[in-house]
Design a protein around this ligand. Sequence first.
Ligand code: AMP
Ligand code: MG
Length: 360
Amino acid sequence: MNTIIQTIDKTNLTKENLKLAAGILQNGGLVAFPTETVYGLGGDGLRAEAAQKIYAAKGRPSDNPLIIHIASLDSLSLLTSAIPEKAKILAEKFWPGPLTMIFEKDARVPFGTTGGLNTVAVRMPSHPVALALIRESGVLIAAPSANTSGRPSPTKASHVIEDLDGKIDMILDGGAVGIGLESTILDLTQEPPMILRPGYITKEMLEDVIGTVTVDKGLLSKDSSCQKPKAPGMKYRHYAPKGELTIYEGNPEIVASSIAAQTKKETAAGKTVGIITTEETKSLYSSLLPDSGLLTLKVIGSQKDPSSIARSLYGLLRDFDASGTQVILSECFFQAYLGQAIMNRLLKAAGYRIIHLEDS
Ligand code: AMP
Ligand code: MG
């Protein structure tokens, strides 16, 4: 299949490429488009055949349900007839934005879209291209992240091209996304509501608006056989780079010296090594690292601005893939607020390989 790739300026939307993309969606085809979280791979959420195509293009297991994207609150009542009061309050506060809510599904939503579940996940994105595409097409767009299943989610159109060129009808290139991590998923079919996937909208932000919110225990445990995550997608190995990623946690000086010692060992054995550090900690490595062409040190962002870390994470893992880096050693990041989502993704990418270092 020939994939049409067109750029679109989010500050100056052009009708022609929106019309073309809208026509493809109306005819049951697939279009990748930018959202404020990551790029999405869109198809008609009310047509089971479109969902089938999404699963096929991504190589995604079909029991992993899709999120349906809407551009107005009126559309929500087409997808569910049970909108709890708390959902209305949250929609008022956080939509459009990076919050996905789970509802009981209406009969018109096909099980092909919801992975056989009786519930449906809905989000109103804030990205101007995503909103314009939903409005122009009149389609309620089912869109998972536009990556091959198991690879890091795409934060730029070039990542989508890498994974899906030739497999989908169109890619709208609207530049780099703003947030860089997938939406927070909140299940409103239970009381109190439960976070099934942490994201930019934190537990604290939700609780400020609707009171107590719980967190799915399955998210915290490595062994999904003891606590199966409630969002089916969270049980799969996800977000993974090709190299072996290990996270080091502890006092920054001790972390840097442990990472440097491991780097010496790996490069001496002829392996390529990538180190993930921050603006604040990069200087700790200056006299510790070997002078080796096998080594790359990448600054992920600033600890003072966790959103800079969120924005870079997936792109950085993809860069390590592109250069064939075999061993990736990462510092651990602050774990509260947005840090919860960052560490959730980083731990999954590492297959939960984390080394806790004691102060000596
Ligand atoms: P992605 O589209 O890649 O961001 O993945 C969508 C995520 O939403 C996956 O982790 C799904 O398991 C989750 N999800 C979608 N619909 C539901 C639902 N009805 N109930 C629980 N989780 C859902
Ligand atoms: Mg995904």
